[in-house]
Every structure is written in structure tokens, then in C-alpha cells.
Ligand binder design. Structure first.
Ligand code: FRU
Length: 721
């Protein structure tokens, strides 16, 4: 907000405050509520009293004035006072209709601490704060003396009283009697009550006028009733004779002064309403200023001569009052106008202030809008950038979309293919289900077959086990071996129950034969071959007494070919075999070793030295080798009984491990050399463990045979002729 605008706004607020201050400065004075319970407001005298009060109240704007009219009704006036006491009033003015009846209500107000100002009339109690009004008893006295003098101290006077029980009526009568009693020839009759009004007075007088035809004067307690008396007297032709006197002396056309001028009344006595004085005294009470408890207002008699002067004066006063009323009216109008303009100015200020506020807000909004506009422009730029980006993205998306559409087409094609495939699959499914059913049948058949086979297998296994027993009869037993060799080791592990490998021993005349053979195949065919080999060897060595290994092999070959009719059958089965003979050389004390091998070899280890005797490349048997194959004889003298002969088939070295790698011939020989110093029973464990460690759970590929023999010269010598 600019400083100038702020300054203007502050100035405006100040002006408004000042204005409000000026208009409300009076409110700083203490405010009062004055209530007035009037016994009646139906006659001119009382209306005059109220006008006077209101005129005086103009000087006391801080006063709120409450006016209650009891309409000449006792209950109504008591009720009016009770109600006023229930509210918040600061002072109560009362003109009581009757003295006695209104006394309790007046005392109640006084006892509540509310100042009570009695006007015109009194009550039968001292519990009131002040009285303002005429001295009614004095006025009564004045009237008595006046009439006595007017009648030359002799005559008959009729008294027309006000309301019975009202204090002015009582006091005026008392004063009148007090004065007339001083004139012995004056007679006063008091029989008529006019209730302060013309018509009741007329009605009461009408009733008794004939009785009082000789009266000389009438004293009425007020001018209104006096007028009524005049009218009755006139009606009865007594108007010129009877002198009538009243009280009040109101100005104006219908007032007592005019009645005197009209010769209707002989005289009237001034009875001031005391409206102004009552308000002044009330304000003194409220402002805690000194005031007289009884404030009697002055009175005097007015006859025809005085009335002329009074009329002039009172007319002037009335005119003045009219002028004043007019001025008051104008003043009120001016005041209203002033108030209107004041309000207008305030409204104008408010409007200007509002306009300024609106302008200020507008300016602020304008600045805000400008900021918004800047922001919007900024956003617009960003939006444009975004739009460009979006357009690019859209192009990309369109491109992608095209690609996707192409892909979708392709997918549709694939989908069709898939659907076709699915149909095929479903057909296949049907086929598979059918196949499954077939398989189920086959499974049942197979299970039946399996159980048959199982039975058959058991039978075969049983027969094979039996065959094994037969086959093992060809092997030398422990006892036989120990008769020839100091120590021996035999690792014999057939692939199946029966084996294609076999070993055979024969001894005679200090000579021992030992054969280790590996027949073609394994299992049953191998076993058959081994039996054939064994039979032929036995025939060759034992019966035909062929004693040199190479001759044994040559003959064995010939016999195998012949036995198996290989030349005709083209069966190529046979065996790889080593044959050794150990002979004790008597004179030398050493052992002569002869060796011939068909494919297989001999390893001799003594003192960590290894001697390998290689066999020939020729296998035993087979139609392909026509004629007589020759096998070389190799021999060596064993220097002592410490060396060990190792004979084996290829099963050991060919044993595969899990990675299908063979144990190996080289490794086998190294193992043999490394273990040569150990006893052969221990060597057997070493070799067996090495083989198991290598093969682990790999299925055997072939029959395995490894035999270690430690020959003994002495044991050979022990063998008899
Ligand atoms: C008015 C009036 C006067 C009289 C006065 C007495 O109501 O009747 O005429 O003087 O009351 O209280």
C-alpha cells in the first residue's frame, strides 16, 4: 500500500472518530430516568402542566421522561406506580388522584430509595421527597375573604367541591371555611361534589338548585366546575343574581380569565400548574443540590378589571409560546436536518472510506493480478516448452504406435498360428491321452513282464551263483598257494557274478605253473571261455606235459581255435593270458622264471627295482590268425626269495573313475613299486583301497584280476616228484 493512501485512510478514520466524538459528547453526562404518574390528562390544566414539563426538559437532554396517564382511575394509577417501580427509574413525580388511596404506593417508592416528588396534590404521609404546587388552603382563604367582601359580609354561598378525598379539595374547603367563618352573616353550604369536571358539577347542582334559589354566590373549586354552575344558574334565570368564583385562571379562549371577561365568573384564582418548577426541583434532587421540601407556588385573585390586563399578558404569553412552539418545531426540524446531514456526512465518510478501501484492495489485487499475469506468462512459456516436448513425444508415440500396430499385426498372425498350433496341440493332446492309455496298458504289461523277469533274474542269479561256485573250483585255494609261495595276494573282482578272468596253478617236480587269463567278454560267455581255457590248459600241461610257457600258449591257441571251430564260425573270441613257470635250480639254489604272454605282461619287483616282461602282441584264439602264432619265451633267474611277481589282467588299469579316466598302467606299476616292501597281505589292502578310491561308485567296466606271488626256493624244493 502506498504511504499516501495509508495516510488518507488514517486521516479519514480520525475524522470519523472526531465526528462520533462530537455527536456523542453529551453522553458523557450522567443519564437519568424520570417517571411521571399523572392522575389524569383529560383537562386543559393538566395538559398545560405536561407541556410546561416537556418545555423545561429541553434543557435536560440527559433525562429520559416516562409519562403515565391514570385516566382519573385510582386502580390504574396504583398499578402505574407499581410497574414503574419494577423498572429502573431515578425519580418519580406523582400527582395523586386521592390522598389516602395513593399513600401506600407513594410510601413504597420512597422506602425503595426512589425520590418522590408530589405535584399539585398530596398524600396522607410524610414519606415523599418534595412537593411543588399551589397553597390550596391559602387559595381557599383568599376566595372566602373575596366573596365575603363582594357580598358586603352578608349572604348565602354554595360550595361546589372537587373530588372527595383529593387533597386540593380538602385544603381549599378548609381555607374557605376558615375565612368565611370570620363573617357571621355569611352562610356557606357545602353539599355538592363536582369531581373537578363540568358535567358532574352540573348534574349535582341541577338536583339542588331549586333548594338554593336564594343563594348569592357559588364557590367552585375550579373554573371548569364554576362554568357548569354558571350554565345551571343561567338555565334557571339566576345568572345575573348569583356571583360565581372559580380557581385555576387558565389563559386562552376556554380558560378561566376569558370566563371572567365574559362575565360568566365574578373572579378566578390563579392556580399554577407548576410543570417547569417540578422539573427544576426534580433535577436538583437528582443532582444532589439544595431544594425546598415544600415549594408553594404563588396565587392571586383575578376579577374583571384584572382579567383585561391578564388577558393581554397571557395572550402575549400564549403568542410567545406559539412562537416558541413554532421555533421549537423549526428547531426540531433543523435538528432533524442537522442529524440527517450529520448522518449523511458520516455515511459519506464511510462511503469514501469504503471506496478508498476498495481502491486500495483493487490496487493490491491489481498488483497481485500483475504478479499472477507474470506467473501466467512464465507458465505459458513453460507450457509452450512442454507443448513442444509433448509434440515431440507425440510424434515419437505415433511412431511407436505405428511400430506397435505392426507388432500387433504380427502378434495377430502369431496368435492365429498359435491358435492353429493350439488346435494341433489339442489333437496331439487327444493322441497323447490315447497314447497314455496305451502306455498304461503297456505299463501293466511291462509290470507283469518285470515281475516275470525278476523271477527269471532270480533264477538266473541263483544259477550264476552256482556257476560261480563251479568256476571257483578251478582256482587254487589258500592251502595250495601257501605250499608254493611264501606270500601271495589275490585281487579278484568279477564284473558280474561269474567272470571271464581266471587264474590256475599247477606244480610238479620242483616246478610250479601259474596262469592268469582274461577271456573275451565277461559274465557268462567269459565264464564259459574260462572253463574252456582251464580245460585246455589242464590238458596241455597235465596230460600232454607241455612244460614251456611259449609252447603252452601256442598249443592253447591251436586248441581254442579248434575247440570253438573258429575258422568256420569266424568267432574271434579268445583270451589274453600270461603263463609262468617257476623251477628250483637245485645246484644253484635259485629259481628260474620262464614267461610267455599273449598281450599281457609280468612285473617283477625286487629291492625297489622293477622288471617288466612284455608279452607278445598276439592274443589267444581268433580266426584271423591263421597258422601257428609264435610266442616268445622270456626267462630270468631270481637271485633270492625277496622279489615279488605281479600278474594281472587289463581290468585293474582300465578301471574308470567318475570322469571316465582309467586308473592307468603307469600308476599301477608305480603303486606296485611303492608298496613292494610291504607284506603282500598289506599290499592287497593298499591296492584294493587305491582301486576303490579311484573308481568310487563308478560301475565296473571289466573283470579285475591282480595277483602277487612271492616265490620260495625251499617251498618249490619241497614239492615232490
Ligand atoms: C385539574 C384540576 C384543576 C384543579 C386541580 C386540583 O385537573 O381539577 O382544575 O385546580 O386539578 O388538583
Amino acid at each position: 500500500m502506498p504511504h499516501s493512501s495509508l495516510f488518507k485512510l488514517i486521516l479519514l478514520v480520525n475524522c470519523l472518530c472526531m465526528l462520533i466524538g462530537i455527536t456523542s459528547c453529551n453522553t458523557r453526562e450522567q443519564k437519568f430516568v424520570i417517571a411521571f404518574s399523572q392522575c389524569t390528562n383529560e383537562d386543559e390544566w393538566r395538559r398545560n402542566m405536561r407541556r410546561e414539563m416537556e418545555r423545561e426538559l429541553i434543557f435536560y437532554p440527559e433525562v429520559t421522561f416516562i409519562f403515565e396517564n391514570a385516566h382519573n382511575n385510582l386502580e390504574e394509577q396504583i398499578s402505574d406506580i407499581e410497574k414503574l417501580l419494577e423498572g429502573t427509574i431515578d425519580l418519580l413525580i406523582v400527582s395523586p388522584l386521592e390522598a389516602r388511596a395513593l399513600t401506600p404506593a407513594i410510601e413504597k417508592a420512597f422506602d425503595q430509595g426512589i425520590p418522590v416528588l408530589l405535584v399539585d396534590r398530596k398524600v396522607n404521609s410524610d414519606k415523599f421527597t418534595a412537593y411543588v404546587g399551589g397553597d390550596n388552603q391559602a387559595i381557599g382563604r383568599q376566595a372566602g375573604h373575596y366573596l365575603a367582601k363582594l357580598l358586603n359580609k352578608k349572604g348565602h354561598i354554595l360550595e361546589v367541591s372537587g373530588l372527595l378525598g383529593s387533597s386540593p379539595s380538602l385544603e381549599r374547603h378548609a381555607g374557605f371555611i376558615e375565612a368565611t367563618s370570620k363573617y357571621p352573616d355569611i352562610v356557606v353550604s357545602k353539599e355538592i361534589y363536582g369531581d373537578w369536571d363540568k358535567e358532574p358539577a352540573k348534574r349535582a347542582l341541577e338536583k339542588v338548585i331549586e333548594k338554593y334559589e336564594n343563594i348569592d354566590a357559588i364557590f367552585a373549586h375550579n373554573d371548569v366546575m364554576a362554568l357548569g354552575a354558571y350554565e345551571i344558574c343561567k338555565k334557571h334565570g339566576l345568572a345575573d343574581k348569583v356571583k360565581i368564583v372559580g380557581i385555576d385562571a387558565l389563559p386562552g379562549k376556554s380558560g378561566g380569565i376569558q370566563m371572567v371577561l365574559d362575565r360568566k365568573l365574578e373572579a378566578t384564582f390563579l392556580y399554577p400548574t407548576g410543570g417547569e418548577e417540578a422539573i427544576r426541583t426534580a433535577m436538583k434532587i437528582l443532582r444532589k443540590q439544595a431544594f425546598p421540601k415544600i415549594d408553594f407556588l404563588p396565587s392571586l385573585g383575578i376579577n374583571y378589571d384584572d382579567a383585561l390586563v391578564w388577558k393581554n399578558q397571557t395572550d402575549k404569553i400564549l403568542n410567545e409560546e406559539k412562537v416558541i412552539a413554532l421555533k421549537e418545531h423549526r428547531l426540531a426540524k433543523d435538528q432533524a436536518l442537522f442529524n440527517y446531514f450529520t448522518l449523511l456526512v458520516i455515511a459519506l465518510f464511510v462511503v469514501i472510506a469504503l471506496i478508498l478501501v476498495v481502491l486500495f484492495q483493487n490496487a493490491r489485487k491489481k498488483r497481485q493480478l500483475q504478479r499472477y499475469a507474470d506467473k501466467v506468462a512464465e507458465h505459458n512459456n513453460e507450457l509452450e516448452e512442454h507443448t513442444t516436448e509433448l509434440e515431440n513425444t507425440q510424434h515419437e508415440l505415433e511412431h511407436r504406435n505405428e511400430e506397435l500396430e505392426a507388432q500387433q499385426e504380427e502378434l495377430s498372425r502369431h496368435m492365429e498360428e498359435i491358435l492353429t498350433l493350439q488346435e494341433h496341440m489339442e489333437q496331439k493332446q487327444v493322441q497323447i491321452e490315447k497314447t497314455n492309455q496305451d502306455l498304461e496298458h503297456q505299463k501293466i504289461t511291462l509290470e507283469e513282464l518285470y515281475s516275470k523277469l525278476k523271477r527269471r533274474n532270480t533264477a538266473i542269479t541263483d544259477s550264476l551263483r552256482y556257476a560261480k561256485g563251479i568256476q571257483q573250483t578251478i582256482f587254487p585255494n589258500e592251502k595250495e598257494l601257501k605250499q608254493v609261495f611264501q606270500e601271495h595276494l589275490i585281487i579278484y573282482q568279477p564284473k558280474a557274478i561269474v567272470s571271464g578272468d581266471f587264474y590256475w596253478m599247477y606244480q610238479q617236480n620242483h616246478q610250479a605253473f601259474f596262469v592268469v587269463a582274461d577271456c573275451t567278454g565277461h559274465g557268462v560267455p567269459g565264464a564259459f571261455m574260462s572253463i574252456i581255457g582251464y580245460s585246455l590248459l589242464k590238458e596241455i600241461v597235465v596230460l600232454k606235459k607241455i612244460r614251456q610257457p611259449h609252447h603252452i600258449l601256442s598249443m592253447l591257441h591251436k586248441e581254442v581255435v579248434r575247440t570253438l571251430k573258429q575258422l568256420e564260425s569266424k568267432i574271434d573270441d579268445g583270451m589274453d593270458i600270461v603263463v609262468i613257470t617257476l623251477e628250483a635250480l637245485k645246484g644253484v639254489g635259485k629259481i628260474n622264471l620262464q614267461f610267455s604272454g599273449a598281450k599281457n605282461e609280468l612285473v617283477y619287483v625286487n629291492n625297489q627295482e622293477i622288471v617288466v616282461l612284455k608279452g607278445d602282441r598276439q592274443s589267444i584264439g581268433g580266426y584271423s590268425v591263421n597258422g601257428k602264432p609264435t610266442f616268445k619265451l622270456r626267462q630270468m633267474t631270481l637271485e633270492d626269495d625277496q622279489g615279488v611277481i605281479y600278474l594281472f589282467t587289463d581290468g585293474f588299469a582300465d578301471t574308470p573313475n567318475r570322469r571316465r579316466k582309467s586308473f592307468g598302467s603307469r600308476k599301477l606299476k608305480t603303486m606296485i613299486v611303492d608298496s613292494a616292501r610291504l607284506p603282500l597281505t598289506q599290499q592287497q589292502n593298499v591296492f584294493t583301497e587305491a582301486l576303490e578310491a579311484h573308481a568310487q561308485d563308478t560301475p565296473k567296466r571289466d573283470d579285475i584280476t591282480l595277483i602277487g606271488l612271492k616265490p620260495s626256493f625251499d617251498l618249490l624244493m619241497d614239492q615232490g616228484e
